[in-house]
Design a binder for this molecule. Structure first.
Ligand SMILES: NC(=O)c1ccc[n+]([C@@H]2O[C@H](COP(=O)([O-])OP(=O)(O)OC[C@H]3O[C@@H](n4cnc5c(N)ncnc54)[C@H](OP(=O)(O)O)[C@@H]3O)[C@@H](O)[C@H]2O)c1
Length: 324
């Protein structure tokens, strides 16, 4: 609960159950559900509007349109690590940046367009790198030294060390993209979102550019972006800064289902890799420990996965009753 408050995640009533990423076995389905059956191994990004949907419990509920079968090659733990990262990245690219395979098929965009992913080793950024690359865009990314190869292997054409100084990073991005940087995806914070804006403030002056900042934009940009209008960075260079709302995945079931179908197909075909995972073995008791590790920045380039079936009861015994 404290962690949810720290991270500004909505808690609409008490008691509350947090957690969005889930993989497990279907226990029951509603009468009208035809795409899933009890016993199916599935994964989902649960809805955040009800405590009954929270992942940090033995059983949770989800709308059938937001649930997908786990590809046979993946473990429950791998599947549980996918939803928030992959779905957020896909929603951002497809809904807010208008980047998709379809758009390329329609030859509406310049294949030379670059996408900047600041934080390519974040769980979300890792999928953004892969999807943008799969859609045919060139990708430039910023990551920690130890994760540069990891991000390169995900499909980034250029990976820069986050420890370079800010001016050097912005200059290098502008040079590497030859003024073709139309899209930026920031998964780190307002400071790096500001650097994304600086990097975009060059080159092509026709058409709008887009910055999706998952963790906020700098104050000055927030004021300028008020009203949802594109912000003019310098003469003729405009940037849209849409506030990403992942709830479109739940609120538009057709879009959500299509997106899951696409991601699952890429996973089955081996075109999309699962981000690295670290399994914590203490069951639900490890939730707060894991969130603290994340908050302290001690987890680099990995998603923490907790096995609910490892939760000890009041006597400290383990009961194996499935996976989540
Ligand atoms: N708006 C939404 O709906 C939505 C949805 C999902 C996530 N988010 C937000 O998006 C952000 C990312 O989430 P996540 O779960 O993907 O993150 P995460 O995996 O927990 O991110 C941790 C990673 O951040 C990287 N990092 C930290 N500082 C960096 C910097 N200056 N430059 C480059 N990389 C840096 C580190 O990589 P290195 O070790 O390589 O430096 C670390 O591995 C969070 O703020 C989260 O709250 C928002």
């Amino acid at each position: 609960m404290r962690q949810a408050k720290d991270y500004n995640f909505g808690i609409s009533s008490l008691p509350w159950v947090s957690g969005r990423d889930v993989a497990g076995v279907i226990e029951q389905v509603g009468e009208s559900v035809t795409n899933l059956s009890p016993g199916d191994a599935v994964f989902t990004l649960t809805d955040y509007t009800s405590a009954r949907c929270g992942a940090f419990q033995d059983y949770c509920i989800a709308h059938h349109a937001s649930v997908a079968l786990i590809p046979p090659s993946l473990t429950f733990e791998e599947a549980a690590s996918i939803p928030v990262g992959a779905i957020t990245a896909a929603v951002a690219l497809k809904r807010y940046m208008d980047i998709s395979a379809q758009n390329h098929d329609a030859s509406q965009k310049d294949i030379e367009d670059w996408v900047l992913v600041w934080g390519g080793a974040t769980c979300t950024g890792y999928y953004a790198v892969q999807l943008a690359s799969l859609y045919g865009y060139k990708v430039i990314s910023v990551a920690g030294k130890d994760n540069m190869d990891y991000v390169r292997e995900a499909g980034a054409n250029v990976v820069l060390d986050r420890d370079m100084n800010d001016t050097e990073l912005v200059d290098t991005i502008q040079q590497a993209t030859s003024g073709q940087l139309s899209y930026a995806f920031d998964a780190v914070g307002p400071g790096t979102a500001g650097l994304c804006l600086q990097a975009m403030n060059t080159g092509k002056s026709n058409g709008n550019k887009t910055l999706v900042a998952l963790a906020g934009i700098p104050k000055h940009a927030k004021t300028a972006a008020r009203g949802g209008q594109p912000v003019e960075l310098s003469k003729g260079i405009f940037v849209n800064m849409p506030e990403i709302k992942v709830k479109v995945f739940h609120n538009d079931p057709e879009f959500g289902q299509e997106l899951l179908r696409e991601l699952t197909t890429y996973l089955i075909n081996g075109q999309l890799r699962v981000s690295r995972i670290k399994i914590m073995d203490g069951g639900l008791e490890d939730v707060n420990k894991g969130l603290s590790l994340l908050k302290e920045g001690q987890i680099s380039g990995s998603k923490l996965v907790i096995r609910v079936d490892r939760t000890p009861d009041a006597q400290g015994d383990l009961h194996y009753h499935g996976w989540l």
